[in-house]
Design a protein around this ligand. Structure first.
Ligand SMILES: Cc1ncc(COP(=O)(O)O)c(C=O)c1O
Length: 432
């Protein structure tokens, strides 16, 4: 049997192939994002399938250990998506185990309007109130001053994503959160490998999250992770991920606590099986070993992926310097981003429009994306939801109207990146 497996995996390696297609400008699609898989990734995924590891198992535990070690944090918990990770991260603060620090419906959470919906949705899903602040053009992040001005008597937490991989001023925000007794949740889904003042993003908050959807820095297909240095919070996250149960045995494991039949919790009879005692109103947001096996293989190339993202971004930034009518992106001061994308804002009054430029790029097979929701408060889903706006959302509206991004992901070759730059430059120069 062992030989059969080795033979199959050898064939999988052959099947993967190494053939590189030549880049044909205007014909080959230049995607804004995507996963980059090698033969080892394919082998890892098929091996997990051959072993029928269809639930969480050895690879999941190993991935969680190694990913936590990468961040130098105590705990990582895999989930089935970045959105689920965000839901778990915020929901953890509603745990009765936090006693009087527990968040309750009606509490406020400061967030940004120009972002991805599932950074904000857990706030609403928990009956809390998002307080939207504006972002800066260029960095697409909010500022510590805007966050401070938004704090009200019911504010309990700050939950913000690092915009397209660009860190917000997270050290200062973490300090503010500490001074004002607020929780900080870092949505690090687009920024794995980014640093702020030399320290990895995702390590400043009480909790942080990542996504492993193929557009992200490493891919599992679907997947996400919740990270924290706080063991009590980690236990709550695990419980909420795993149906709300109190027990922490892995699948297929029994009696890790050595007192499975000796608990008395709630108003249950003494000795009720700990495997079926529920201390949270939980979910099932678990992932599988197929995902984790692929993730582990990808993890070994995380730094190389980050280097490629940085190189592609720098090439674009240099090539597009001084192009008329465009606000170029810039890293937050103190940040060294592992970029998710390259954002451009067409200045109002540029002589051409975002729509025109985007249509031109798309006609050349250069994929573009909106800056996610632009201004979330303008979307149908949020119109009748309780929320508060602190200050104005003027820049978020500019983002909604005039911003888009192109790719920097490691699957792009230098030729492709130069083609993107040339195309943007030519269009802008001709139409200004
Ligand atoms: C900032 C941010 N947060 C959360 C998510 C959600 O991740 P997922 O697609 O894995 O649910 C995304 C998705 O791209 C994202 O960009």
């Amino acid at each position: 049997m062992k030989d059969a497996k080795a033979r199959i995996l050898e064939q999988v390696r052959d099947y993967h192939g190494t053939e590189e297609k030549e880049f044909e400008p205007g014909v080959t699609a230049v995607w804004p994002s995507g996963a980059v898989f090698d033969a080892a990734d394919r082998v890892a995924l098929v091996e997990a399938a051959l072993d029928m590891r269809i639930a969480a198992g050895v690879s999941s535990r190993r991935f969680e250990r190694e990913f936590a070690r990468y961040f130098r944090l105590r705990k990582a918990h895999l989930a089935n998506s970045g959105s689920s990770a965000n839901l778990l991260a915020l929901s953890a603060f509603t745990s009765p185990q936090l006693e009087d620090r527990r968040m309750v419906p009606g509490d406020e959470v400061i967030t940004v309007a120009a972002g991805f919906p599932t950074t904000v949705n857990p706030i609403i899903q928990n009956g809390m109130v998002p307080v939207f602040v504006d972002v800066e053009l260029g960095t697409y992040n909010t500022t510590v001053e805007r966050i401070e001005a938004a704090i009200g008597p019911r504010t309990k937490a700050i939950m913000i994503a690092h915009a397209l991989g660009n860190p917000f001023a997270v050290e200062e925000v973490a300090r503010l959160a500490e001074e004002r007794g607020l929780f900080l949740i870092e949505d690090n889904c687009d920024a794995v490998g980014s640093t702020y003042r030399g320290r990895l993003t995702g390590t400043f908050g009480d909790v942080s999250t990542t996504s492993f959807y193929p557009a992200h820095h490493i891919a599992m297909g679907e997947g996400g992770c919740v990270l924290t240095d706080n063991l009590a919070l980690a236990r709550i996250v695990e419980s909420m991920r795993d149906w709300g149960r109190d027990c922490w045995c892995e699948p297929g494991e029994d009696n890790r606590c050595f007192k499975r039949f000796d608990y008395q919790m709630g108003t249950l009879p003494h000795g009720y099986d700990h495997k079926y005692i529920f201390s949270h109103v939980g979910y099932n947001l678990k992932s599988t070993d197929l995902q984790a096996a692929l993730g582990l293989s990808q993890l070994s190339r995380l730094d190389a992926f980050g280097a490629a993202r940085r190189a592609n971004w720098s090439l674009l930034r240099e090539a597009l310097d001084g192009v008329p009518g465009l606000i170029p992106p810039r890293a937050t001061e103190g940040g060294d981003p592992s970029w998710f994308g390259f954002a451009l804002t067409v200045e109002p009054g540029a002589g051409y429009t975002r729509e025109g430029l985007v249509a031109f790029l798309e006609s050349r097979k250069i994929g573009t994306r909106r800056f996610f929701a632009g201004n979330l408060t303008r979307h149908p889903a949020y119109l009748d939801r309780p929320h508060r706006v602190s200050g104005t959302l003027t820049n978020s509206d500019i983002v909604a109207g005039h911003t888009f991004w192109v790719g920097v992901y490691p699957g792009l070759t230098e030729e492709m990146v130069r083609y993107i730059a040339e195309s943007v430059r030519d269009y802008a120069r001709k139409n200004s």
